[in-house]
Design a protein around this ligand. Structure first.
Ligand SMILES: C[S@@+](CC[C@H](N)C(=O)[O-])C[C@H]1O[C@@H](n2cnc3c(N)ncnc32)[C@H](O)[C@@H]1O
Length: 379
């Protein structure tokens, strides 16, 4: 369902505006998304939403239909009702379900109750093996720091102390975060503790497939793709799910753990593909890679513009070619960002109209995640 993505501090303002217009999806939850909130929009609201919602990012997020049975009801088994009432609206309703893992972030105000929250969540989600507190992504690999707080072993629920008390082998097996999930029907092997993966970008990857299919039509042949920040390979795996779309693939990442997971998922790396640990900034030193690819994926959102000049030489020198990239930018600085982007791209090839970034979602209170698509070679 559609959600308005707004900075946390403006949640009440926009919730009220939606309610006044009768466009608030009653019974559905307001979700937390990094430093923003996602406010559910009712199916009856127009699309696009008119003023005063014009320009506010809309995010698609799956929410189960409202049900009287929520994890919060299980919290009563672990905390007094007075404590639950005192912090109403702050309890972490949003969570990520990845396979049999549940990962949640918790507001500082109720962090001391994280153990009880984890137990309530695992009691509610009967198929969950492990509930982890998410302390956010860290370092250049963008890997999450996760703390296991509740687990299910042979039907019995264990808290953090219970998990620690297990024999080492049992504990390692029970708290493993390596899992296989399905994204748009494609299976992906991941481990959020050692390699970046976000299912929030699944929609972006679907659109990458659509653009690649268009390019295949224009070129009248299979396409060659370079994904220098491939992580565990979700974008390439989605492209590979289309028959006769991919020819040559070069997929790399600085994080060895991500590459290991990607290769393990592939089983055997197809002929004409290279999947390896590499620093994207050094790829242009490799003569064999220069001028070879039709599609370049730039998914290092904090450094897109600074890395882009190093990667463009990997694209073919003429003919239709495609760059899709994501960048985290201050909203008011998008025009300057786009001016720089166009100036970098124009050194590599021509395009019929200026490339414009579009806002995909709010990233934090001041920044947004944007995406651009550059169709070089005038197609
Ligand atoms: C935002 S993640 C994107 C991962 C993947 N494309 C996806 O969508 O799931 C950025 C990735 O870039 C990798 N990375 C960071 N710096 C890099 C560099 N200099 N060269 C190659 N990979 C890098 C990180 O390890 C991380 O996996």
């Amino acid at each position: 369902m559609r959600h308005l993505s707004v900075p946390k501090r403006r949640t009440e303002e926009f919730k009220r505006l939606l309610i006044e217009n009768q466009w608030y999806a009653k019974g559905y939850r307001i979700l937390s998304d990094e430093e923003c909130t996602l406010i559910p929009i009712s199916d009856t609201a127009p699309s696009p939403l008119p003023s005063p919602f014009t320009g506010i990012p809309i995010v698609e997020e799956i929410q189960e239909a409202p049900s009287p049975n929520t994890w919060l009801e299980h919290l009563q088994d672990h905390l007094p009702q007075s404590v639950i009432d005192e912090h109403e609206g702050i309890w972490p309703n949003s969570q990520e379900q990845l396979g049999d893992l549940v990962i949640f972030k918790i507001d500082r105000e109720v962090e001391k109750y994280a153990q009880q929250v984890a137990l309530a969540k695992i009691s509610y989600a009967k198929k969950t093996r492990l509930v982890l507190k998410d302390l956010g992504v860290k370092g250049e690999f963008r890997v999450r720091e996760l703390i296991p707080l509740a687990a299910r072993l042979n039907g019995e629920i264990l808290d953090a102390d219970g998990i620690c008390a297990l024999e080492e082998n049992d504990r390692i097996e029970l708290t493993s975060t390596k899992i296989s999930i399905k994204e748009n029907g494609v299976s992906i092997l991941l481990d959020p503790s050692s390699a970046y993966y976000s299912n929030r970008l699944a929609g972006e990857r679907r659109q990458t497939v659509n653009s690649a299919l268009e390019l295949r039509e224009v070129l009248d042949r299979e396409v060659n793709v370079v994904d220098p920040y491939c992580g565990v390979g979700p974008a390439i795996l989605q492209l590979n799910n289309e028959k006769d779309l991919l020819n040559r693939v070069f997929a790399s990442d600085l994080n060895q753990a991500a590459i290991d997971l990607f290769i393990e998922r592939l089983g055997c790396v197809p002929e004409d593909w290279i999947v390896e640990t590499r620093d994207a900034l050094k790829l242009r030193e490799d003569e064999d890679l220069l001028g070879r690819f039709d599609i370049l994926l730039m998914n290092l959102p904090h450094d897109t513009l600074s890395h882009l000049p190093s990667l463009l030489p990997l694209l073919t020198k003429q003919g239709p070619r495609l760059v899709r990239g994501w960048a985290v930018v201050k909203e008011e600085e998008i025009p300057q960002h786009d001016a720089k982007l166009n100036s970098i791209l124009s050194e590599h090839g021509s395009f019929s109209k200026p490339v414009e970034s579009s806002i995909r979602r709010q990233y934090n209170s001041t920044m947004v995640l944007t995406r651009f698509e550059a169709r070089l070679g005038n197609w």
